[in-house]
Design a protein around this ligand. Structure first.
Ligand code: KIV
Ligand code: ZN
Length: 540
């Protein structure tokens, strides 16, 4: 039997809901996290890091609900992050408890710079804390992952000793983070090789890697780590995450899929083996990317590898000519392999609830009756305006429904007048959290400005609009427009998203969505940051 370290599969550990959610403005509520977790399970990730349970009651609830509803026996392992302290570990242990397979991921920094300025601890002190906390985590679950934070800038000899102790205390996965995205691919590969060669009990644990993209090297670093023995990759959808983000899941998976003959020998397989290197269903990648982008408000750049709008578009004449003669001239992978279908027309005005439900099911969306009813009404409304409804339109409706920001303030009516000789004027009627209906109007520089000003007259929370983008879901003049915005309140960012065939309505919905997130956060208070709050308390 293979030891964990010799496994011939690469495990995918998704941290979109933890490290990804640490991106400024990407805050998700519990139901949105659940919607993403369900999609990650369909995608086939091995582990979902669902959050940092000690951070706030909301984070705890999210991890617990995901553990309960997504952590089924044939589903992914559900993981909770914990600093190497008893209260963090206890919170993580309780939150993952409903999962059939639950993991605690505990970490402590090991680089001298973090020890001196952040933790204010000696090497000896953390050498003692780590195994003690791993052993404590083992009292909640057998599956314990340990990370020496900032491993990339830690003294390798000290790191080996730390890992040996963590494994001896029961860590089943040791994760090597390049916390600040500093290493180059060959350095990262050498670090992993050094760990394999110098940690005596390394065969009792899986080697995992975690890395940030500050120099744009995270994916390259991980692929080098795989060549040197890493068998778990910690990554996020669309590469979102702290600062420049994490390694992008879709890029890693497709690199190992398209170039499997290159990677096969490193995993002890014959070069020509067609066995997938990961458990990921690549046809779910595009859909997952869109869901995460819509719910977090983090747009995907058009030239982003794999999931960007241009990734499979052949604009230049010479390329089009080549592709028409033979696809392989300019395409190394098929758009369908990531789930980009031919945008088929699937439903129309006369399609009934059953056809709607069936198509959604085929697309992988099982909805409760109430949710389905709401989505069906939106579909009918759309089919009245737009003759042919495609899969992408359906996805846009479902994604929009997945946004579970409570309608604290609710848009009841919107009326706009504008034109080249008119002063853009908007009248809005909103329902407040107390159930009161309020109407107000404003003049703006354009229709969206007028709408936002009118809304601001009712919802009096100071904020600054810092990002506004409109994208069409499909081609054609009657396409659904998706509006994504971000607004700033003090030093916090909030995203909002809306989808409608009328982009002024979509803009209003996106603004209400962001305002509701902002309002909810003012009510709930702020979450702890797992990596920065130690700094704050150390500095105090
Ligand atoms: O970047 C990092 O070091 C982390 C750890 C908590 C694993 O996110
Ligand atoms: Zn990280």
């Amino acid at each position: 039997m293979n030891t964990p370290a010799q496994s011939d599969r690469v495990l995918i550990f998704d941290t979109t809901l933890r490290d990804g959610e640490q991106s400024p403005g990407a805050t998700l509520n519990v139901d949105e996290k659940l919607a993403i977790a369900r999609q990650l399970a369909r995608l086939g990730v091995d582990v979902i890091e669902a959050g940092f349970p000690f951070a706030s009651p909301g984070d705890f609830e999210a991890v617990q609900k995901i553990a309960d509803q997504v952590g089924t026996p044939d589903g992914p392992t559900i993981c909770g992050l914990a600093r190497a302290t008893k209260h963090d570990i206890e919170a993580a242990g309780k939150a993952i408890q409903p999962a059939a397979k639950g993991r605690i991921h505990t970490f402590i920094a090991t680089s001298d710079i973090h020890l001196e300025y952040k933790l204010r601890k000696t090497r000896q002190e953390v050498l003692e804390i780590a195994p003690e906390m791993v052993a404590y985590a083992k009292t909640f679950t057998n599956d314990v992952e340990f990370s020496p934070e900032d491993a990339g800038r830690s003294d390798p000899e000290f790191l080996y000793e730390m890992l040996e102790r963590a494994i001896a205390a029961g860590a089943t996965t040791v994760n090597i983070p390049d916390t600040v995205g500093y290493l180059t691919p060959s350095e990262f590969g050498t670090l992993i090789k050094g760990i394999k060669d110098n940690v005596p009990n390394i065969n009792q644990a899986i080697i995992s890697v975690h890395g940030h993209n500050d120099l744009g090297l995270a994916v390259a670093n991980f692929l080098e780590a795989v060549k040197n023995g890493a068998r778990q990759l910690e990554c996020t959808i669309n590469g979102i995450g702290e600062r420049a983000g994490n390694a992008a899941l879709e890029e890693l998976v497709m690199a190992m899929h398209v170039r499997r003959s290159f990677y096969n020998p490193y995993l002890g397989r014959p070069v020509e083996s067609e066995e997938p290197l990961t458990n990921i269903d690549t046809r779910q990648l595009y859909k997952t990317s869109r869901l995460v982008s819509n719910l977090t408000g983090m747009l995907v750049q058009p030239n982003k590898a794999i999931v960007g709008a241009n990734a499979f578009a052949h604009e230049s004449g010479i390329h089009q000519d080549g592709v028409l003669k033979h696809k392989l001239t300019y395409e190394i992978m098929d758009a369908q392999s990531i789930g980009l279908t031919d945008n088929q027309i699937v439903l129309g005005k006369h399609s009934g609830r059953n056809a709607f439900r069936t198509r959604l099911k085929e697309l992988g969306h099982e909805m409760a009756d109430q949710e389905l009813n709401r989505a069906f009404l939106r579909f009918k409304d759309l089919a009245d305006k737009k003759k042919d409804v495609t899969d992408w339109d359906l996805e846009a409706i479902v994604n929009d429904e997945a946004q579970q920001v409570p309608d604290l303030f609710r848009l009841e009516h919107l009326q706009v007048s504008c034109g080249d000789h008119a002063r853009p004027t908007a009248t809005v009627t909103l329902r407040t959290p107390d159930g009161e209906e309020l109407t107000d109007a404003a003049i703006g520089t354009g229709p969206v400005d007028a709408v936002y000003k009118a809304i601001n007259r009712v919802v009096d929370i100071p904020n600054q609009l810092i990002e506004f983008s409109v994208q069409s879901v499909t081609v054609g003049i009657d396409a659904i427009g998706e509006v994504t915005i971000r607004l700033k309140h003090e030093d916090l960012l909030f995203a909002g998203h809306g989808a409608n065939t009328d982009i002024i309505v979509a803009s209003a919905q996106a603004y209400m969505n962001a305002l509701n997130r902002l309002y909810a956060s003012l009510q709930n208070g702020r979450s702890l940051h797992p990596q920065h709050d130690e700094v704050a308390s150390a500095v105090k």
